[in-house]
Design a protein around this ligand. Sequence first.
Ligand code: SF4
Length: 429
Amino acid sequence: MKKVLEMENRVIPIRMLHESLSTTYQLVKGILPENGIPELRIALHAVKTALERNLEKAREGLPVVGYHFAIPGEYLSCFECVPVCLEGTGYYLSTLLLDGVEKYYDLMINWGHPFHTCTAQKGPMGMALDDLFQFDAIFAPTAPCDNTCASYPFFELEKKFPLIIADMPFRRDQRGYEYYAEQLKKSLLKLGEIIGQEPDFEKMKKHIEIENKVQQIRLEIFELTKAIPSPISNIYNAVSAGSFILVSGTKENLSFYEQVLEIVKERYRKKQHHGGEEKIRSIWPYMVTYFDMSLCEWLDRELGMSVLFDIFNYNFAEPVNTESDIDTMFYDMSKKGMGWPMVKQSTDYYYASLENCLQMAKEFSADCFIYTQSIACKQFGSFPQLLREALMDELGIPMLLIEFDVGDKRFTPLKVIKEKIKLFTQTLM
Ligand code: SF4
């Protein structure tokens, strides 16, 4: 028993996350009607169930492998391990814990990590500093930002967790994709050496195939969002990001999207809006708040503002070819990784993102954009202003810029965010 507990204690934040998901799920299931916020209920159940399995694996003593969110999680299914998405865990906890995870940001700042770094990494770094994580290895790419590259060495230098880095090139062409494919393969082989396992690429294929189906469904949901009123609830964006980052490649992730698609189709057929009446259609080209997801419901119900999608819900990859040889599969895995949300926007010139935003604004009949800018994303420093000008000049669509931190409620409190949006909407009516 002592041994089992010791093993589970290597992933205390996952246990915290599982417990808070379970409690929230019970509340949502017990208090809200069946049609309350179904996407939230289904996501809580899916992620909680997949994490239960991971906790069981931890108790069995399987190696714990941390991964950066820009590595599609299903790539780790070639190992018998406990996969832990660092950023996903920190941000989901910031949503679910009553006091958030600011304590861990502060631990890192007091340790000497710069205040202006990203809370996506700072949260799990603080948890590791507090010995809540014991990783056998950590796997990350050199993307999407300098912030990632500068933060991850902490795990190796301070905590002595072996760190494997896949070098992502700048160029987006055949040569670039081949290079990153090679990097991914080498990294998985190296990871295998560290944890004492041969990667089982046949097994990985099965999980990639699950994600191919998931992508298809997510695309269908995305297409249906063009309808007026939008048939998705705003909170779908947040829980969808959480699900595909935390438990990708699992049957629970697939089940989540299958169930959501049915709900979305039903609303589409009935021309129903989750909040009652859609008054404003907004696109959030970056992120929604994680420290308090109630903002999503407030926008839906109080303002009648639909969030058509955020950054995690408008990037789609081609299905990975699993039928051909292993190199083809890795080539497609590479393309998928290099087109990953936030990676795509951060590692390419701005033109592509600007054009994409303009195109989506037209296709999805957007009334406005809301750009949430984090101090950590320095590579985006000048992008919001360019986007604002392009949207206004080309389409006459206004954009609100809010400086905030997705996971730290102290930066811009929810009350201030709401006030800014409320004032902005008055200029739209
Ligand atoms: S791109 Fe921005 S939000 Fe994403 S990990 Fe880097 S600093 Fe954080």
